[in-house]
Design a protein around this ligand. Structure first.
Ligand code: 11C
Length: 346
């Protein structure tokens, strides 16, 4: 049996990716699309400004977009995927949760609230247990679950793999080279970034530093506690369309060899959820490897590519790359939706 789902913010860059992933999904059926008031009342194909390289699925194109309010979404659509701008998400996600909808959200608002699980299923699916506290404290019939920022999702699974292998994480330095699709629709279409590299973008650095510690922290049955590791991030934009590349330096309580690190990455377990790739982390080590458009497609855009593992002055150094709008955004929300269904929250 499929679960009827809706997309909040269906016309945006991540909303379009959600539709691309949800339309053929064996467990979900798209039954509601919401967007801004200007788009409401129109067929999706007339307002979407579709920019994905496969056509708009025919049935989706004919659906009428509604306003982003609980009243506009049918009651028999229990699960909503939110890709709203964070300012909008901060206003409208709560009313949806109050009205009984389970919201799997990619929007950055509320990610660090103590009773909002921030989840990468392969890393910390157990944090969903905090929903009991959320429902009790907020009196919601619905629920709010977040996936992290796309840059956070790119490097945290590699840290989780090291922790899983018993390597104690003390200090992490991460520098990002982020694709323009992370900046949303305008970033891609404006072309203003072409032939330019932009340092110190937005509020990205703080997000990587705080979200990573929450993701790797423990839920003890009553509260989510952050991991104690120290994280310093430097975030930069480069002129590529999709795929965030990150350079990571870690100091650990042990002294793992590069080979042990590669093994930890390669052996980190995946899940049997539909969108969870096997393996989760692909380890590349060939030095002459041609780069363009290979790494971001591993695992159909849902895996992490890692390589360049070597000893450095700061312990171990490596790089990792993930598709930012698939693994890092729409795919991350869909995967959280699959976990919510599997765990009985929907
Ligand atoms: C970027 N990572 O590349 C951002 C976009 O917190 O979900 C996603 C922002 C977020 O600019």
């Amino acid at each position: 049996m499929t679960v009827r789902v809706g997309v909040l913010g269906a016309t945006g860059a991540v909303g379009q990716r959600l539709i691309q992933l949800l339309e053929p999904h064996p467990e979900f059926e798209i039954a509601a699309l919401t967007a801004s008031d200007e788009s409401a009342g129109h067929p999706y194909r007339d307002v979407a400004k579709w920019r994905i390289d496969t056509p708009i699925p025919e049935e989706v194109g004919e659906m009428t977009v509604t306003a982003t309010t609980p009243e506009a979404v049918p009651d028999d659509v229990p699960l909503l995927f939110s890709s709203l701008p964070s300012t909008v998400g901060a206003k409208v996600e709560t009313p949806f949760c109050e009205a009984g909808y389970v919201v799997s959200s990619n929007s950055s608002n509320a990610r660090m609230e103590s009773d909002v699980p921030l989840v990468i299923p392969e890393v910390n699916g157990d944090h969903l247990e905090a929903l009991e506290i959320q429902r009790e404290e907020r009196g919601w019939d619905g629920a709010l679950v977040k996936n992290p920022n796309c840059s956070t999702i790119t490097f945290v699974p590699t840290l989780a793999a090291l922790a899983e292998a018993g390597i104690g994480l003390e200090t992490v330095h991460v520098a990002t080279l982020q694709a323009v699709s992370g900046a949303g629709y305008d970033g891609v279409t404006s072309m203003e970034i072409i032939d330019n590299a932009i340092p110190h973008i937005g509020s990205e650095e703080a997000k990587l530093e705080t979200e990573s510690r929450k993701l790797l922290g423990e839920f003890d049955g009553t509260a989510l506690a952050d991991h104690e590791m120290e994280v310093a991030a430097s975030c930069n934009r480069i002129p590529t369309i999709d795929g965030h590349l990150e350079n990571v330096w870690i100091e650990t309580s042990e002294d793992p060899s590069p080979e042990e690190v590669r093994e930890a990455f390669a052996e980190y377990p995946s899940l049997s959820l539909h969108s969870s790739p096997e393996p989760l982390i692909h380890v590349f080590e060939d030095p002459e490897r041609p780069q363009p458009r290979l790494d971001r497609t591993v695992g159909d855009g849902m895996a992490i590519a890692a390589g360049g593992v070597r000893e450095s002055t700061f312990g171990i150094q490596y790089n990792c790359l993930a598709h930012n709008t698939l693994r890092g955004a729409a795919g991350a929300s869909v995967l959280n939706g699959e976990l919510l269904v599997e765990e009985g929250y929907v």
